[in-house]
Design a protein around this ligand. Structure first.
Ligand SMILES: [Zn+2]
Length: 351
C-alpha cells in the first residue's frame, strides 16, 4: 500500500450531520478510494476514517478474527438467483406501513408482516426493553433458522426499524430499513424447504439499529448489542463461521463500500463472489470504517461483513431524509447484492 496525499472536503447538512470525503491513493487494484467520515451524527451508520484523527475504528480493539480460508472449491454450477421483482414488492409493502420507528404502531404491523412470511419456519425472538434517552422501548430481533448439514452457522442480518428522530417527517426509509427487511424475506424464500448441504443459515431482522437521538456507542445498535451479548453467553458466537449485514442495498446507483471495520478475508470472499457474477464494479470503489450492526459481533471476534452502500444520492443526500423513497431504488441492485451474498455463502459451504 502506498501512502498518499489526502484532500478533505467537509460538508454539513441535516444540522450536525457532517460528512468528510477524503480521496486517498491506497495503491490497490482499486486505485482511487474515498474515505468517508461521518462524525457527530444524529443518525445511523457513522463512519470513522482510518487516516484522520477520528475515533479509532471499532475493529482496532477487536479480537483477531480467525484466519482466512485459503482456497475455495471450484464452483461450476449456475449462480444462485433471487427473485428481485418479488424482493422489490416486499419493499413496496414495507414502505406502505409508513414510518416504522421503534415503539410505533406501524413497527408492530411490520413485525406481524415479517413473521407472517415465515410461517412454518423455525422462528425465535430476542425481545427485551431498551432504556434510551427518549424513554423505554420494546425491541424485538426476529430470528429464522434454516438448518444445514455442516457444523456451524452463517448469519445474515439487517434492520427493520426506521430512523426515530425523523418519525414525524413522512420519512419511510425505503432503502434504510426497507431494503434490508425485504432481502432477508427473499433469502428466507431461497432457503425454505430445501436440504442445505452446508452450514446452517440464520436470518435476523434486527431492531433498534437506529439512534433515538444522536448516534453514539450507547444510542444505536440496541438490538444487535443485546443479541451479541446473549449469543456470547449461550455459546452461539463460537459457532458462527461468518456474519453478513445487509443495509441500504437497493440504491439504483449501487456502490457497496469497502468497510475497514469488517473482517478482511470475508470482504475478499465477497469480492470473489461478485467477480463470479461479473458485478464486481459495484463493489469497493470507496473505503472507510463504517459503524453498523456488525460492530457488536466484530468486537467479539466474529468474522463479519457490512454490506452497505453509503453513497445514496450525490454526497449521500438521500440518507436519513424524507427523500429515501422507492423511486431511488432498483430491483437490479437487490439482485446484485442478493445473488452475490448467496454465492459467497455457497463458497463458504464448499470450503
Ligand atoms: Zn439509518
Amino acid at each position: 500500500m502506498k501512502p498518499g496525499r489526502a484532500r478533505k472536503i467537509t460538508k454539513k447538512f441535516l444540522g450536525g450531520f457532517r460528512v468528510s470525503l477524503c480521496p486517498l491513493w491506497l495503491g490497490r487494484s482499486l486505485a482511487l478510494t474515498l474515505t468517508i467520515a461521518l462524525t457527530n451524527i444524529a443518525c445511523s451508520k457513522g463512519t470513522s476514517a482510518a487516516s484522520t484523527s477520528s475515533p479509532a475504528p471499532a475493529a482496532s480493539t477487536a479480537t483477531p478474527a480467525p484466519a482466512a480460508p485459503e482456497t475455495y472449491a471450484p464452483d461450476s454450477g449456475p449462480l444462485p438467483q433471487i427473485d428481485s421483482k418479488r424482493t422489490f414488492q416486499y419493499i413496496k409493502d414495507v414502505v406502505a406501513f409508513g414510518p416504522r420507528p421503534i415503539g410505533s404502531e406501524s413497527h408492530k404491523k411490520l413485525e406481524t408482516y415479517i413473521t407472517s412470511h415465515l410461517k412454518g419456519d423455525e422462528v425465535e425472538d430476542d425481545a427485551f426493553t431498551a432504556d434510551t434517552v427518549e424513554g423505554r422501548f420494546p425491541v424485538r430481533n426476529i430470528i429464522a433458522k434454516y438448518p444445514g448439514t455442516k457444523d456451524g452457522i452463517i448469519v445474515i442480518l439487517g434492520h427493520y426499524d426506521t430512523n426515530y428522530p425523523l418519525r414525524n417527517t413522512g420519512y419511510v426509509g425505503a432503502n434504510d430499513g426497507g431494503s434490508s427487511t425485504a432481502i432477508l424475506l427473499e433469502y428466507a424464500n431461497h432457503l425454505r424447504g430445501k436440504k442445505r448441504e452446508g452450514y446452517s443459515v440464520w436470518l435476523v431482522w434486527t431492531d433498534g439499529e437506529e439512534a433515538v437521538k444522536q448516534w453514539s456507542e450507547t444510542d444505536s445498535l440496541y438490538g444487535t448489542r443485546h443479541l451479541a451479548e446473549k449469543w456470547e453467553k449461550d455459546g452461539t458466537l463460537k459457532k458462527i463461521k461468518a456474519l453478513f449485514v445487509m443495509d441500504m442495498i437497493a440504491d439504483a446507483d449501487l456502490n457497496i463500500e469497502h468497510d475497514a471495520n469488517s473482517t478482511p478475508w470475508l470482504s475478499d470472499l465477497m469480492y470473489q463472489a461478485a467477480a463470479r457474477g461479473g458485478v464486481q464494479s459495484h463493489f469497493y470503489a470507496r473505503e472507510g470504517g463504517i459503524d453498523d450492526d456488525h460492530l457488536p459481533f466484530v468486537k467479539r471476534g466474529v468474522p463479519s461483513l457490512d454490506v452497505i452502500d453509503l453513497d445514496y444520492g450525490y454526497n449521500n443526500v438521500f440518507h436519513h431524509t424524507p427523500e429515501d423513497t422507492l423511486d431511488k431504488l432498483s430491483p437490479r441492485s437487490l439482485e446484485i447484492v442478493g445473488n452475490t451474498t448467496l454465492e459467497a455463502i455457497r463458497m463458504l459451504d464448499r470450503k
